[in-house]
Ligand binder design. Sequence first.
Ligand SMILES: *[C@@H]1O[C@H](CO)[C@@H](O)[C@H](O)[C@H]1NC(C)=O
Ligand SMILES: *[C@@H]1O[C@H](CO)[C@@H](O)[C@H](O)[C@H]1NC(C)=O
Length: 266
Amino acid sequence: MRSFALLFFISTIVAVTVASTSDNVEVISQVVEIHRLRPQIGSAGYPVPQLDCLSWRLAVETNNIQKWKLVPSSCENYIGHYMLGKQYRHDCEAVANAAIEYAKSLKLGGDGKDVWVFDIDETTLSNLPYYARSDVAFGAIPYNNTKFNAWVAEGKAPAIPATLRVYKTVLSLGIKPVFITGTRESFKQVRITNLKKAGYSNWAKLVLKGDNDSGTAVEFKSSKRTELVKAGYRIVGNIGDQWSDLIGENVGSRTFKVPDPMYYIG
Ligand SMILES: *[C@@H]1O[C@H](CO)[C@@H](O)[C@H](O)[C@H]1NC(C)=O
Ligand SMILES: *[C@@H]1O[C@H](CO)[C@@H](O)[C@H](O)[C@H]1NC(C)=O
């Protein structure tokens, strides 16, 4: 009886609240049946004035928004907190857990031809120390190739811990890692040094973008994967932060998308 009274009391509050924003009594009598959720936290643990930025991020991650050039300036703060806070790490861990579970379930050929394709930037290595700079602003300031290349040349990008876990699991299972990156061939040595420093020291192939490689990222990555398949490799898995890593030809038996709301490569 008391719980009924309490329910009635709550319903009244809701009805009054809603009534203040609507004149339609018929609509109100339906609305009071709905449990009105009021989200208290966003990815940063803040109250959420920026739920629209969460919608933007979701649309970007699901490839519904394409060819975007910049993080919307109204979302710079949101994306910064997402990337530096726990949510980004947890999102990466969820992807890695699924990838590892899948990798362990595979029946492998045992002939050394099973490979797993890894993208590098924002998949294997993190450029977050660069993107967090105030003159980069998590992708809310236009991309500057000169500046970004200078950062890559430093060879200081840390590993993304979740992907490092996938990499180690894949290796332990006897699947060979193959890195395919849009980074230019001229950065090969610095990239090798950086990968090793970050804990990636073993791979079947490291494919960078050569002077003769033209076309879109989808075309470039597709052609390199097709070369693998023609050489007799089986791509059992493929992980990347961009959809262009994961669509096109010979994408692999399964693809895994790690988050990246800071930039788009088509
Ligand atoms: C890009 O960065 C370089 C090096 O900091 C700078 O000299 C150049 O003016 C920048 N370009 C643009 C378009 O901002
Ligand atoms: C690029 O293409 C040119 C012209 O076909 C060729 O001579 C050269 O060897 C190629 N370079 C590489 C690295 O494949």
